[in-house]
Design a protein around this ligand. Structure first.
Ligand code: ATP
Ligand code: MG
Length: 722
């Protein structure tokens, strides 16, 4: 009888199924938000495994975050019924890069226990290099040069390859020299930065075709999610690994959405979508058009908004989730960000009373400074929340200090870590001593800790400094000797105690000290999930994802950028004001591209919502400590009235709003509505009586709504191959 399709295939629509089952040859899935691209990738892996086409270790799969990788692994396990053994090559570009490098470090002149530097380390290192060149680091800021290097690395450029103009632009033409000095310094430190996690493997593969061939044989299938946000270096990396000699099928599958390309500012090249068909001839391009995530109102609002961008690839999106009871997208006005946070808090509590779990709600902000207001409010309300992505726990001062100690124990050549903590807590090691030590180490090309061990045998230092340094060296020797024998959480605690670091905060009388001690405790707790200190360090250098207890029912707070790929029942989008969203930087650029990227970000925000989407704008905002009156975002005018409603003047919290001078708005004797009125926006609403005209395309209304995605620009031809 007819063989029944395996369970994991049932429920897929025909296009999804085609994308899953076309496992041989290149495939590009190009489709709008919520059409199941990620689901297709996951199911495709399950299919490859279930049909025995490859072992888990033979699949290379790239996700955008570590969290997404974990979730994907879990989903695959469910689909194939049982835990997936391994999948060692499922991860982000960076985590896979680390893995490749650890295996072949010697091919790029590193040792396999190399350290991964974070931005802060990089800036400090560059500052040293700039100073060593005798340049004024005020005139030529290290931070700026760090960004330049990052930009070059995103483009896959070695020092020899950077454009002349770029090289000339910094430090009176010393750009290239400094880049070279920086790379040399990294080598000496046995360290690399984030860009190197991609560039080193590229260099290694180019210089060692035999090694590349090994990986060609290993990776039978290559898959990439969020393909629209790959940068040039990532694309080069991918092409090296996925391309095969003529005649051999190139089993690569990339999924993406040009409308969700939001990392242009970090070097992402949406044109990689167009290059795909050129670099992988015969690629099958599959489009998914049915959205499974959102209500028609949410989809309608998002589709209408993004249609204001030009030069998009042609796409169609529809849903048959049409329910007259569905809420429209709601736009709310508030006096200031405090009131905005208060009102959002009320809304969340209301939903909670109606049995909606907090896990299903998210607040997506344009800029991370917006988070604090919500965090403060939620703490007051006792609402659980978690902050996802961005600067947080591991970036706090005390955590970075503690990590520097741990890094030194695992990786004694880590001079940056050494310099960070050698006199923290204060040990009477002054700048002069440290500089002596630094020079001594540089002259002999040895790590500073080794230099310290040498120098204490001489009489180069004053007795007090010598004694202090002797203690440091002895401490580290002892901790290193315990590394293999003492449980790592115990050792970590011991290090913080014996070094005097814990005591330093215990004796600190500042208001933050107790919180810092709490954080240190939390740090030790968070290590328990790892097998070794080394494993933990690697985790920390890689995670840009949230680390909060996943089991806690909590509202998520994150930037729009880190919300990519995620979905929530209810989404709150605060801060839709000119200058904040679209962001001032994009407006200052003047050109279209910055603004269009902001609009894509708005599209990403709205399309995260499954059922409810609430947008907020305030009339006054404090930015960098200054009160400013603000205008509603132009994106509000670009929303279709058919799918959007304006919240009634919200009297429940009316009257709490304070103007910048601390008066209630009623003190000013102004009618309530006036302080909120947004004439431009209201006018636009009034004009757009017929929402189904222009961009709406096909059907207007009911059983199935088709939302035509604007005109197919010139690029669409290339993609369609028509
Ligand atoms: P984004 O562009 O935001 O990353 P996406 O295209 O990756 O979105 P998914 O996250 O894979 O979309 O899917 C969106 C939602 O729709 C998920 O909840 C997914 O489980 C669901 N979904 C996808 N395909 C189907 C299907 N055939 N039947 C039912 N639900 C589906
Ligand atoms: Mg996705």
């Amino acid at each position: 009888d007819q063989a029944r399709a395996p369970d994991y295939l049932s429920g897929l629509n025909p296009e999804q199924r085609e994308a899953v089952e076309t496992v041989d040859g290149p495939v590009l899935v190009l489709a709008g938000a919520g059409t199941g691209k990620t689901r297709v990738l996951t199911t495709r892996i399950a299919h490859i495994l279930a049909t025995g086409k490859a072992f888990p270790s033979q699949i290379l799969a790239v996700t955008f975050t570590n969290k997404a990788a974990r979730e994907m692994k879990e989903r695959i396990g469910h689909l194939v019924g049982g835990a997936v053994e391994g999948m060692p090559w499922l991860g982000t570009f960076h985590s896979i890069g680390v893995k490749l490098l650890r295996r072949h470090a010697e091919l790029v002149d590193l040792r396999s226990d190399f350290t991964i530097l974070d931005t802060d380390d990089v800036v400090r290192l560059i500052k040293q290099i700039i100073q060593a060149e005798g340049l004024d680091d005020k005139r030529w800021p290290a931070k700026q040069f760090a960004q330049m290097i990052d930009g070059w690395k995103n483009k896959g450029l070695d020092p020899a390859q950077i454009p002349e103009g770029d090289a000339r632009a910094f430090a009176n033409g010393k750009g290239r020299e400094l880049y070279i000095a920086y790379q040399n310094r990294l080598k000496t430190l046995n360290a690399c930065d984030f860009g190197d996690l991609l560039l080193h493997p590229i260099r290694m593969f180019k210089a060692n075709p035999d090694v590349l061939k090994e990986y060609h044989q290993r990776f039978k299938y290559v898959l990439v999610d969020e393909y629209q946000d790959t940068n040039t270096a990532q694309y080069m990396w991918l092409r090296l690994l996925a391309q095969r000699p003529p005649g051999v099928p190139q089993n690569v599958c990339c999924v993406g959405d040009d409308d969700q390309s939001i990392y242009g500012w970090r070097g992402a090249e949406v044109d990689n979508i167009l290059r795909f068909e050129k670099d992988f001839p015969g690629a099958k391009v599959i489009k998914l058009e049915r959205n499974y995530r959102s209500t028609e109102h949410i989809l309608g609002a998002a589709g209408f908004l993004i249609a204001h961008n030009e030069g998009r690839l042609g796409k169609t999106l529809f849903t048959d989730r049409v329910d007259p009871n569905d809420d429209k997208v709601v736009v709310h006005a508030a006096w200031d960000s405090e009131e905005e946070a208060r009102a959002v808090g009320e809304e969340i509590e209301q939903l909670q009373r109606n049995q909606h779990p907090l896990n299903n709600m998210a607040i997506l902000v344009r800029a991370s400074f917006q988070m604090r207001e919500f965090e403060d409010r939620f703490v007051t309300l006792g609402l659980n929340y978690r902050v996802i992505g961005g600067p947080r726990f591991y970036e706090r001062l005390e955590i970075r200090d503690a990590m520097a100690y741990f890094r030194m124990v695992c990786q004694p050549a880590d001079d940056l870590a050494f310099e960070r903590i050698v006199n923290t807590p204060k040990r009477g090691l002054g700048d002069t001593t440290i500089r002596n030590l630094h020079d001594y180490a540089r002259a002999r090309d040895i790590p500073m800790l080794a230099a310290a061990a040498d120098i204490i045998e001489t009489d180069e230092l004053k007795p007090k400094a010598r004694k202090a340094l002797f203690d440091v060296v002895t401490d580290f020797r002892r901790w290193q000797s315990l590394l293999e024998t003492t449980p790592h959480t115990e050792l970590a605690e011991q290090i913080l105690d014996e070094s005097g670091y814990t005591a330093m905060w215990q004796n600190d009388k500042s208001a933050e000290a107790p919180g810092r001690l709490e954080n240190l405790k939390e740090l030790i707790r968070s290590m328990e999930a790892f097998e070794s200190l080394r494993g933990f360090l690697e985790h920390v250098s890689l995670v840009m994802d949230a680390e909060t207890n996943e089991n806690l029912d909590a509202v998520s707070i994150m930037t729009l950028h880190s919300a990519k790929g995620l979905e929530f029942e209810t989404v709150f989008l605060p801060g839709w004001e000119e200058g904040l969203f679209p962001h001032q930087r994009a407006l200052d650029e003047g050109g279209r591209s910055g603004l269009e990227e902001e609009r894509r970000l708005a599209y990403v925000g709205i399309t995260r919502a499954k059922r409810r989407c609430h947008i907020w704008f305030v009339s006054n905002r404090r930015i960098h400590g200054l009160w400013q009156s603000t205008l509603p975002s132009r994106f509000l005018e670009e929303l279709p009235p058919a799918h959007v409603e304006v919240a009634e003047a919200e009297t429940s919290y009316g009257g709490y709003g304070r103007n910048p001078y601390g008066q209630s708005r009623f003190d000013k004797q102004e009618p309530f509505q006036n302080s909120y009125s947004t004439p431009g926006w209201k006018r636009a609403q009034a004009n757009k009586t017929d929402a189904t005209r222009d961009n709406w395309g096909n059907r207007s209304g009911h059983a199935v709504e088709r939302i035509g995605y604007g005109e197919s620009g010139p690029r669409a031809k290339t993609i369609d191959g028509e």
